[in-house]
Design a protein around this ligand. Structure first.
Ligand code: PXG
Length: 447
């Protein structure tokens, strides 16, 4: 055997941390001092060194009912033994239809059809493609532009980064989709710092859509996509009246309004969807994450009947929408999703944040005045604490808070110099106090 083929047959080194190129991670920093999770139950993770860590982020904003919930675990176990996979192209399985029906019954009135995907990013691209194709089937194919918003996060597909507005997620990846443009973001610290809940000032920022309509003409614009509450960019809330105004302007100009509810969907704000919370219904609603409690990857795009029916024309044997994924409506995801909806309903979780949110808001706003804190924002069970960056070293201060917090037994997220929290919706008042109290201790020790 030549030396090179011997090497090829050598067993893989175990625990070779280098093999896994980790997503959205400082790989070298992590691999120098790994943080490994080996178990999870309800509100806690277990680490590889045997510690319990309070989950202040619901994983990545997805484990809304808490970890390892019995109904969901059992449903997935049963499903994998009964029907592990079924094609969704020209074939079906009962739970796909059952889950879609349950979801549309839960969704805001008028969003009566669901297209299944496997992630938020796929849901975003699906929504954008449906919007373009819809304009074409209704004879408005000249409407090709897609409008996003500065500081928006719509996942990492080319469509999503094109309408997204986070520079680090865009600048390395070329020009993106042609024909996209962006509304101004709604963060205004000068007028709205330390707002409790929805900020007072800035509804007029929705009128920025008029600027883009004047520039491009409405007849070239297919859709506007926004997160009702922007999560990844550090929790940016819509000012009072902003979403209503955006809805009215979309109607005025014949534009579809897409809500990206990947984070706000499934109870995060205290209502099933942000559309319910704000009383503003989009034409298309993008979801993922909490749809299966994060247990099996899945996303779903909800569309209005007007959109769905517009495609149900032409010869009946012809595919109406040339789009879909091998794993659309995967049986394990549907089983997990049905059990997730049962758990949400039995425990009242989709509205629970409207009660616990007040305690969370009190706790968060008590951090005002601690070193480096320059703003605090909250809605439902979402909160953000913004820190003054270390001069010349943006992100470093918040990241060091994240590391210290993990050592002290709580999991938080940071983006830029903003600390974000979005605990599972089952969090108790004592756990809210523990989460925010530990964060306060961390903030007191920051350089
Ligand atoms: N849209 C929105 C609004 C999101 O928040 C996506 C789309 C993409 O979803 P997928 O499933 O493709 O990742 C997201 C994802 C964070 C964080 O800590 C946020 C997300 C993902 C990971 C971390 O802010 N949001």
């Amino acid at each position: 055997m030549s030396p090179s083929s011997a090497a090829a047959f050598a067993p893989a080194a175990t625990n070779n941390l280098d093999a896994f190129w980790m997503p959205f991670t400082a790989n070298r920093q992590f691999k120098d001092a790994p943080r490994l999770l080996v178990g999870a139950k309800d509100m806690h993770y277990t680490t590889s060194d045997g510690r319990q860590v309070l989950d202040g982020t619901a994983g990545l904003w997805c484990v809304n009912a808490g970890h390892a919930r019995p109904k969901i675990v059992e449903a997935v176990q049963r499903q994998v033994a009964e029907l592990d996979y079924a094609p969704a192209f020209q074939m079906g399985h009962p739970k796909a239809f059952e889950f879609a029906s349950r979801l549309t019954a839960l969704a805001p009135k008028g969003l009566d059809h669901v297209f299944f995907t496997n992630s938020g990013s796929e849901s975003v691209d699906t929504a954008l493609k449906i919007a373009l194709a819809y304009q074409k089937v209704r004879g408005e194919g000249g409407r090709f532009r897609l409008i996003g918003r500065e500081r928006g996060y719509h996942g990492v597909g080319f469509g999503g980064i094109s309408v997204g507005g986070i520079v680090t997620n865009r600048k390395a990846f070329g020009p993106g989709l042609p024909g996209t443009d962006h509304l101004r973001h709604t963060y205004d610290r000068e007028r709205n710092a330390y707002s409790r809940g929805i900020p007072e000032h800035g509804a007029e920022l929705a009128d920025d859509l008029e600027r883009l309509v004047a520039l491009h003409d409405a007849s070239t614009i297919a859709a506007v996509i926004v997160e009702p509450v922007a999560g990844s960019t550090g929790v940016v809330l819509p000012p009072k009246g902003y979403l209503e105004r955006l809805r009215a302007l979309c109607d005025k100009h014949g534009l579809l309004l897409i809500f990206d509810e990947v984070i706000t969907g499934f109870g995060r704000l205290g209502a099933p969807f942000a559309a319910d919370w704000f009383g503003v219904t989009p034409d298309i609603m993008v979801t993922a994450k909490g749809i299966t409690n994060g247990v099996v990857p899945m996303g779903a795009v909800f569309v209005s009947s007007a959109i769905y029916e517009a495609f149900m024309n032409g010869p009946e044997h012809v595919i109406e929408l040339f789009h879909g994924y091998t794993y659309s409506a995967h049986p394990l995801a549907c089983a997990a999703g049905l059990a997730t909806l049962d758990t949400y309903a039995e425990e009242g979780l989709l509205t629970r944040a409207s009660e616990t949110g007040a305690r969370f808001a009190d706790a968060l706003h008590s951090l005002k005045g601690l070193p480096h804190v320059i703003d605090i924002r909250n809605i439902g069970l979402v909160g953000a604490v913004e820190l003054e960056p270390i001069p010349g070293q943006p992100t470093k201060r918040a990241f060091s808070a994240f590391l210290k917090a993990y050592e002290k037994g709580i999991m938080i997220r940071t983006t830029g110099d903003i600390i974000a929290m979005s605990p599972p919706l089952i969090i108790s008042e004592a756990q809210i106090d523990e989460l925010v109290g530990t964060l306060a201790d961390v903030l007191r020790t920051l350089d």
